[in-house]
Design a protein around this ligand. Structure first.
Ligand code: F6R
Length: 244
């Protein structure tokens, strides 16, 4: 993993956006893996800014989102489809039919997971997968557990994850209990991974991600096995490159 530390989030967002856009400049029909939540908002704003300045086009870009809540209307402002439209897709020239977010309202969720993986494997591998990290070390919604799943699947959200996401809803009761998420196999299949970690309260989990033993109890530690992971953070952490 490569670790870059920033003093301020604006600078981090700019660099993160530049990295994503450099992939698109190199391959106009690139496949980008997208994340939601607080971490990517600033970098999406930077991408919109560059598009509006005429510096980049997303006309041929294809995107796959990591996850979506189960049972939340797609039109709900906190559905991840709504999030992506509001924060990025509505403001750039991407072709909406090339944007993929799992359908958390499918009558047959298992079939929806299979359909999502088939589309991902047909169009992939993802050129650059953007990730945030949960306080418990989840990536996508792959929550800490004794085993992790390879493919897209339905998960029960941990209570600490629901607590953390409560800030986007009126109350904890409104936060969905389940989600559909890309599996660890799909995430690790990406050619490169960009992990954005903001806020000193994530320093401890980032330290475990970078330096701790690889364990399914901290899903993000599996990123240690991937050859091309860039971590951008404003946390005060160190990356120990040797045993000592
Ligand atoms: C979102 C996602 C999650 C978030 C994580 C951090 O699509 O997959 O893993 O990246 O929960 O969320 P924030 O950025 O809100 O702290």
């Amino acid at each position: 993993m490569i670790l870059h530390k920033f003093k301020n989030q604006a600078e981090l967002d700019r660099v993160a956006a530049d990295l994503m856009m450099s992939v698109v400049r190199g391959r106009p029909n690139a496949v980008l893996g997208m994340a939601t939540g607080g971490s990517p908002v600033g970098l999406y704003q930077e991408m919109v800014k560059s598009y509006k300045q005429g510096l980049i086009s997303f006309k041929e870009v294809r995107t796959f989102n990591l996850d979506e809540y189960v049972g939340l209307a797609v039109t709900h402002p906190e559905s991840y489809r709504s999030f992506m439209q509001r924060n990025l897709f509505d403001h750039i020239d991407i072709d909406i039919k090339n944007t993929h977010v799992p359908n958390g309202n499918a009558a047959d969720i298992e079939a929806e997971c299979r359909r999502y993986d088939e589309a991902l494997y047909q169009q992939g591998p993802v050129d650059m997968q953007l990730l945030g990290i949960g306080h418990n070390g989840h990536i996508g919604f792959n929550e800490p557990d004794t085993t992790l799943s390879r493919f897209t699947h339905k998960v029960t959200l941990k209570e600490d994850t629901r607590e953390a996401n409560k800030r986007f809803f009126n109350s904890l009761d409104e936060v969905p209990t389940h989600a559909v998420t890309m599996g660890m196999g799909s995430i690790l299949h990406a050619k490169s991974i960009l992990l954005v970690v903001k806020g000193q309260e994530k320093a401890e989990i980032l330290d475990r991600t970078l330096n701790g033993p690889i364990t399914t109890q901290v899903p993000a530690t599996l990123l240690q096995t991937h050859p091309r992971v860039i971590v951008l953070t404003d946390c005060d952490v160190n990356y120990k490159l040797s045993h000592s």
